[in-house]
Design a protein around this ligand. Structure first.
Ligand SMILES: [Zn+2]
Length: 255
């Protein structure tokens, strides 16, 4: 069953993006962690990893940036993603709930925004692991000086030894902030929700095609646009995670 879902996901995603070379471990990892976005009803990113700030700008311009104000905060997304989110806002309001952005950068981001978040996380982790004696000053300096793609690959290598780069140094950085060029926020298909812990609100978002698709990134929702019942047929599988007694369901590629 799982094998068939895997084939289905790869066939579907492969129609929309060039699948990575077999030996490109980084791209396969990104596809496994963030690849649900490739079954979106809107426009998926053109590549697994955007290659440059220009590539992000060109994609965002070609697809078109749609904007709405949420209590004065501008929210920019692809048009179908924003329309669905506004549908969720209305339904939530009728239930006495609120779909509010989590911060000023909850929706679309530029390469620069995304890279700054990543670099900040890497800097903190370098300090932390250097302080613990698990990363020498020379190693930390080397890591800091790497270009973005090489740095991302090096960070994931260190994580295989339990040197984690997330906010609390307890899990992969990919569940906390995206590597440069890989964020679903660059594709304008992601929205970070303030009240993510409210199960009823998560249900409203799901009914409007917005799902959690990055394991353990709790505020992060992705516009897939499909009914939840259709997701297994698209090659996604449901991963449930318990956080402080609350069960969260993430839809991830069945890879
Ligand atoms: Zn996010």
């Amino acid at each position: 069953m799982h094998e068939r879902a895997r084939e289905r996901f790869l066939t579907l995603a492969g129609r929309r993006v060039a699948l990575p070379d077999p030996d490109d471990a980084f791209a396969w990892r990104i596809l496994a962690e963030y690849g649900a976005v490739f079954v979106t009803m809107a426009t998926p990113p053109p590549r697994i990893v955007f290659e440059s700030p220009d590539a992000v700008d060109r994609f965002q311009e070609a697809v078109g940036r749609a904007e709405a104000l949420f209590d004065g905060v501008p929210v920019v997304l692809q048009r179908p993603a924003l329309a669905a989110l506004l549908g969720a806002v209305d339904e939530a309001r009728s239930l006495g709930l609120r779909v509010a952005p989590r911060g000023a950068d909850a929706a679309a981001r530029s390469w620069g925004d995304s890279e700054a978040l990543w670099r900040g996380r890497v800097e903190r982790a370098c300090d932390h692991w250097n302080g613990c004696g698990l990363l020498s000053a020379a190693q930390a300096a080397l890591l800091r000086g790497l270009g973005t793609t090489e740095q991302a690959a090096a960070v994931l290598d260190l994580e295989r030894d339990g040197i984690w780069f997330s906010t609390y140094f307890d899990k992969s950085i990919l569940h906390s902030v995206a590597a440069p060029g890989t964020s679903q926020h660059l594709s304008m298909l992601a929205f970070d929700v303030e009240d993510f812990a409210n199960a009823e609100l998560r249900g409203v978002l799901a009914r409007h095609g917005w799902f959690q698709t990055v394991v353990s990134d709790l505020p992060h929702f992705t516009f897939l646009g499909h009914a939840e019942a259709e997701l297994p047929d698209l090659g996604l599988r449901r991963e449930v995670m318990d956080v402080s007694g609350e069960a969260y369901a993430f839809w991830v590629p069945a890879l």
